[in-house]
Design a protein around this ligand. Structure first.
Ligand code: RAT
Ligand code: ZN
Length: 393
């Protein structure tokens, strides 16, 4: 039995030793070569930091984009790390990564950091990064219509620590020549070929289902039947408003509240399908939990993108624990640059330890004896087996 005052340190300890599955990232296995980003220049030119740059530096987007990646990284370091204190979540993350490698975090220029990353051998570095992050495996984002990525699959077999996920944004959100039968063949061939653990699409806040549009038709006639036949979930990431400010490129997307009655309809009308769902708007979080209580084929996951900040993660996870127990997946990293998994998972553990400990404290106060083994079982479920049970049935 654990004394109440020790709960938080026991939870933190169990969390630290739980090897998580990172169920949504934009990372690539090393076999994909230059598609996989790592190192200081990519860490600094992450679009979360680019959005912050234009608020703190006297540089306009049209003068930033023509620069090389190294020059962009120099500008970001100067304005967000030297001229200002890096206290935002995304900037602090870079500091945490440097510290994890034992580097001085106060350099005025990037020379030493560049030397360090240039000196790393990728396979060993990758293993070290996974260890530092406490990660067992990650899920990539694999777009069958990406002209750079698709041909690579002809000749490669990814490192088994990287699972594939078939991303359908181009197919479902862009104009493409595929009719339903062709789309069905495309997703079936690709999901099988890359052994996709799920299919995924990001959707605008205006997404409605059912509706008389091409996206609905392809979902109903191609994507959902193939997911059901292959027995894999469909991941819906809802609430992104793409390119509200195109001048800042990838950093120019925003969020909006969606009507989650679409989720209700899909879960009810397609009981043979499973849905992983993440919503980008804070205002949609509670109703997502309500729908998850109604439909066992709905798995809420992650605190996505603008929600991956301690204040939001704390609030959303507390609500999910209260409403769903351990039947959800608390977080994914959305990392685009390898080393980001170090800080993103460190922050997740740091934020969630007190939230989980508080749930156990309340339970202890209400009369249940809390054992370490029971905490271990819960955390395994939250961070690993909810995902495995949903994807490898
Ligand atoms: O969080 C991000 O990096 C976004 O740009 C998106 O990639 C988002 O996560 C997505 O998968 O659409
Ligand atoms: Zn993403």
């Amino acid at each position: 039995m654990i004394e109440t005052v020790k709960l938080e340190s026991v939870v933190a300890d169990v969390l630290a030793s739980t090897q998580v599955v990172d169920i949504h990232t934009h990372l690539f296995a090393p076999e994909f070569g230059s598609l996989g980003l790592w190192g200081i220049d990519h860490l600094l030119t992450y679009h979360y930091l680019e959005a912050e740059l234009f608020r703190s530096a006297p540089i306009r987007p049209e003068h930033y984009w023509p620069l090389t990646t190294e020059k962009r990284a120099d500008v970001i370091w100067k304005w967000l790390f030297v001229e200002n204190n890096p206290i935002s979540e995304a900037t602090r993350g870079v500091i945490a990564v440097l510290q994890a490698f034992g580097l001085d975090t106060c350099e005025r220029t990037l020379t030493r950091y560049r030397d360090f990353f240039r000196g790393q051998n990728l396979p060993e570095h990758l293993t070290r990064v996974f260890e530092l992050a406490g990660i067992e495996s990650v899920v990539m984002t694999n777009d069958p219509l990406d002209p750079e990525e698709a041909p690579l699959w002809d000749s490669l077999k990814p490192d088994p620590r990287f699972h594939a996920a078939l991303r359908l944004d181009r197919l479902l959100n862009h104009e493409t020549p595929y009719n339903s039968a062709e789309a069905r063949r495309l997703v079936e061939t690709w999901a099988t070929r890359i052994r996709a653990v799920y299919m995924a699409v990001s959707l605008p806040d205006s997404f409605t289902f059912p509706a008389q549009d091409r996206r609905n038709q392809l979902l109903t006639e191609a994507v959902l039947p193939v997911c059901r036949d292959l027995d894999i979930p469909l991941s819906l990431m809802i609430g992104v408003r793409r390119q509200v400010n195109p001048a800042i490129q990838l950093a120019g997307d925003a969020s909006g509240r969606a009507d989650l009655r679409s989720i209700e309809t899909m879960c009810r009308e397609f009981p043979g399908n499973r849905f992983l769902v993440s919503v980008l708007s804070r205002e949609n979080q509670h109703e997502l939990c309500v729908y998850a209580r109604k439909f066992a084929n709905l798995m809420p996951f992650g605190c996505w993108w603008f929600l991956n900040n301690p204040s939001m993660v704390e609030e959303i996870t507390r609500e999910r624990l209260e409403m769903l127990g351990t039947s959800f997946i608390p977080q994914h990293s959305d990392a685009r640059v390898l080393e980001q998994i170090i800080y993103k998972w460190r922050n997740t553990r740091r934020t969630l330890a007190p939230v989980l400990a508080n749930a156990y404290r309340l339970l202890a106060e209400d009369g249940r004896t809390i054992e370490r083994a029971a905490i271990q079982r819960d955390l395994q479920r939250l961070f690993r087996t909810n995902f495995y049970n949903w994807t490898s049935r």
